[in-house]
Design a protein around this ligand. Structure first.
Ligand SMILES: CC(C)(COP(=O)(O)OP(=O)(O)OC[C@H]1O[C@@H](n2cnc3c(N)ncnc32)[C@H](O)[C@@H]1OP(=O)(O)O)[C@@H](O)C(=O)NCCC(=O)NCCS
Length: 336
């Protein structure tokens, strides 16, 4: 399914020079869900590893969460709004179909000089945004790029469907990309897609195929739907093969990677991917127990926590690997 890509050999490298994340204050526990649908803490914990997730306030939007994560990443990077040339927001829960959430973030930040656009690659969004943003830096087209993965999954979850409502949470993760002289930064990235499996995980209503009508609302077509078992199988397979591809391209073995940051979908997926890659449990970063699946935000939140916890230090090699609706997937190796 994957096409061979040329190994990166840019004149300018692109590094993450600052990370930031934000999760809403409100915690929803498995016990809270037991009161909403026919489920149990035991079922959710053993099948998914999720113990709690964060839920945004009623008036808190995806762009509000994106803004907070962006501000934290910019502080860490030592850049101001006036320095930002490009803003890329990865989301499947934009504030509205248009204008883009990136334009709303630009306005809230006061990043007047920036070009702003959204990308949609579901849970793979952060690595897609990283690869796109890094290419602008490498090409010398933009100096300072802000990438953000942000989601208000609680706004598209069907809170009467126990198959899906226990899995997701809200939040945002952001990174500032720049050329850092002397640093290798992003070594390589590989992205993949398979639209033939689009139906495995979708939100069918609200677009041109199924505009909002009283019937579409009554038919619950504005909520996400998922074939959990098939999604699980495809996720493990794609994440392992994308990881192996980027490691091979860089001539690295898994033991040379300090930290693996997988998309936080489900503890069983994380364990299966880690095992098949030959990674130790210590190498694989996990926070799905506290946040659930935050889609495009998850890798940004996880990487920010890993750095703040000292799990990733300057010069360490990091493997990012993601999978999501589309289907989409991707992996990247970077030197922190
Ligand atoms: C969703 C998932 C946890 C379900 O686990 P599973 O082992 O496949 O469970 P099954 O689908 O076989 O369901 C088993 C039973 O549990 C039930 N069940 C589903 N959700 C439940 C819940 N929250 N609480 C209690 N029972 C539940 C099902 O109805 C089914 O009952 P049945 O056998 O009477 O029909 C798992 O498929 C998964 O993690 N998939 C990937 C999801 C994902 O990460 N998606 C995002 C990718 S980016």
């Amino acid at each position: 399914m994957n096409h061979p890509r040329i190994q990166r050999a840019p004149l300018r490298t692109a590094s993450i020079v600052g990370l930031g994340s934000y999760v809403p204050e409100r915690v929803m526990t498995n016990a809270d869900l037991e009161r909403m649908v026919e489920t149990s803490d035991e079922w959710i914990t053993t099948r998914t590893g999720i113990r709690e997730r964060r839920i945004a306030g009623a008036s808190e939007t995806t762009s509000d969460m994106a803004l907070e994560a962006a501000r934290r990443a910019m502080t860490a990077a030592g850049v101001t709004a006036g320095d930002i040339d490009l803003i890329i927001v990865a989301t499947i829960t934009p504030d509205m179909p248009f204008p883009s959430t990136a334009c709303l973030v630009q306005q809230k930040l006061g990043a007047d000089r920036a070009v702003a656009f959204d990308i949609e690659a579901a849970c793979s969004g952060f690595v897609y945004a990283l690869d796109i943003g890094a290419r602008f830096v490498e090409a010398g087209a933009h100096e300072t790029v802000l990438i953000i993965g942000a989601e208000k999954m609680s706004s598209v979850v069907d809170w009467t469907d126990r198959n899906t409502c226990v899995l997701f949470g809200d939040g945002a993760g952001a990174a500032v990309l720049k050329h850092r002289p002397g640093a290798r930064g992003l070594l390589t990235a590989s992205l993949g897609s398979d639209g033939s499996k689009a139906g495995l995980l979708e939100l069918p209503g609200g677009g041109s195929a199924c505009p909002a009508t009283a019937e579409s609302v009554a038919g619950r077509r504005h909520f996400l739907r998922m074939d959990g078992k098939e999604t699980f199988k495809n996720a493990v397979q794609a994440m392992v093969s994308a990881s192996n591809e980027v490691l091979e391209r860089c001539g690295l073995s898994i033991d040379q990677i300090r930290c693996v940051i997988p998309h936080q979908a489900n503890q069983r997926i994380l364990s299966a991917v880690g095992e098949r890659l030959g990674a130790t449990a210590e190498q694989v970063f996990v926070n799905v127990d506290r946040y659930g699946n935050t889609s495009a935000a998850s890798v940004g939140i996880a990487m920010d926590e890993a750095v703040r916890e000292g799990r990733i230090r300057r010069g360490d090699l990091v493997l990012l690997v993601v999978f999501g609706a589309g289907l989409t997937w991707g992996a990247a190796v970077l030197e922190w």
